[in-house]
Design a protein around this ligand. Structure first.
Ligand SMILES: *Cc1c(COP(=O)(O)O)cnc(C)c1O
Length: 207
């Protein structure tokens, strides 16, 4: 665990999601002692193994519809909403548990083949639909920038996301723009991110 990094992040005046995938519950507890209490996990199975109601949890990885029922009532935020099919299942399970589930819509901002997310041109119709679901609270956007050394490209992607966020912020009363990881969080914050998802820079390299 990197205490210096944690203190640096704390001074940056953004929300921090400590991405704990592949790290143990003991490592999570150690980071929590340093004052970070929101953790991000990619996979449902791994999340359930480490889940502790003392902390806040965000699901940040691609979420399969058949896994939603295991996480509703346990996660503060689903950051990776990217299809109507998934939204319908979240609505159904949240209604069953009588909770309102916070979500971010993940936008596919990178042209990278492997990246998941909603195509940006579908944002408008997607939001119109999802905002009618009574058990889903749409709080903002999430993205993963291209994995590249091309800083200009990364900045363009973050800047487009910031424009998108500003476009819809008042209409839907948004408060979360989640972008920036260990390698690019400073660029993300420069372009308006208020929530960074940091894994390896806090926990060290993943096993
Ligand atoms: C793994 C992951 C992160 C954290 O990545 P680091 O480079 O370790 O900071 C952030 N967001 C998502 C969606 C991830 O899958």
């Amino acid at each position: 665990m990197n205490k210096e990094m944690i203190n640096k992040l704390k001074n940056m005046n953004v929300n921090i999601v400590a991405v704990s995938k592949y790290h143990t519950k003991e490592e999570i507890d150690a980071v929590a002692k340093e004052g970070l209490i929101t953790f991000g996990e990619n996979r449902v199975q791994e999340f359930l193994e480490k889940y502790d109601p003392k902390y806040k949890w965000h699901i940040i990885g691609h979420l399969q519809t058949n896994k939603v029922k295991y996480i509703i009532g346990k996660v503060e935020m689903i950051e990776s909403l990217d299809s109507i099919k998934l939204a319908k299942e979240i609505e159904k399970q949240a209604a069953k548990h009588d909770v309102i589930q916070n979500v971010l819509v993940q936008i596919k901002i990178s042209k990278d083949e492997l990246k998941t997310g909603l195509p940006i041109e579908e944002t408008d119709s997607f939001l119109k639909e999802v905002s009618t679901y009574p058990h889903i609270k749409f709080k903002g956007f999430m993205c993963v920038a291209s994995h590249t050394d091309n800083i200009q490209l990364i900045e363009e992607e973050f800047s487009m996301m910031n424009d998108l966020y500003k476009n819809y912020k008042d209409l839907y009363q948004l408060d979360t723009l989640s972008m920036g990881m260990s390698n690019d969080y400073e660029l993300a914050i420069k372009h308006g991110s208020n929530t960074v998802r940091i894994g390896s820079a806090i926990f060290g390299a993943r096993n």
